[in-house]
Design a protein around this ligand. Structure first.
Ligand code: ZN
Length: 198
């Protein structure tokens, strides 16, 4: 028997989630409709609210409900250190590990010439504005240990060095191909404390 249009739409919508295929999306859909309609309403309200309220920090691109995120507007952060990450989720992993007290810049991706993603798409000009304030003395390159992440780190390293600023790269303990978002806290801590000049 054919499923109702609304059910099909919900299954398709849930399939957008990472790691969720059509089969689990269908299971979730039936679970929500049969057993947890209140939970389903909460999810719907929370998603709508987050989409309407959450944007990007004007300074670092982190996700925030304000013009500037909590980190950029904090007075207690070390503004001499700037950590470069690929995504807001990775920034959050580093924050949760409590291993870095400086500021961040989120690239919102990595260099990928084949996909048409160059320095302009990553907002490198915005990063340069931050570096040119003269506050930053160390840039910590915490892009992923993937081919694209390494290429991106090398590109930014060149740029940073030309400005006479120290660039360091995390590496120690992080497996090659590793994405920081999924790395455990102790490995991440090791990677930060063991960072080396590029
Ligand atoms: Zn920010």
């Amino acid at each position: 028997m054919a499923e109702s249009q609304a059910i099909v739409r919900l299954i398709e919508a849930l399939s957008h989630l990472p790691g969720v295929g059509p089969k689990s999306a269908r299971r979730m859909t039936y679970f929500l409709l049969e057993r947890d309609r209140e939970g389903a309403r909460d999810i719907s309200v929370a998603i709508t609210e987050a989409i309407e309220k959450v944007g990007h920090c004007q300074q670092c691109n982190n996700l925030t409900e304000y013009d500037h995120c909590e980190i950029c507007s904090s007075k207690s952060r070390d503004n001499k250190k700037l950590c470069i990450v690929e995504t807001p989720a990775e920034l959050q992993s580093i924050e949760q590990a409590g291993i870095f007290r400086g500021l961040y810049f989120v690239l919102m991706g990595h260099l990928s010439p084949l996909d048409g993603i160059g320095p302009e798409e990553l907002g490198i000009d915005k990063l340069e504005v931050l570096l040119d304030t003269g506050e930053v003395t160390e840039v910590v390159l915490a892009t992923n240990l993937t081919v694209e992440g390494e290429a991106t780190a090398h590109y930014i390293n060149e740029l940073v060095r030309k400005k006479g600023i120290l660039a360091t790269r995390i590496a120690h303990g992080v497996p090659v191909g590793g994405e920081l978002e999924y790395i455990d806290r102790s490995t991440l801590t090791e990677a930060f404390t063991g960072r080396r000049q590029m």
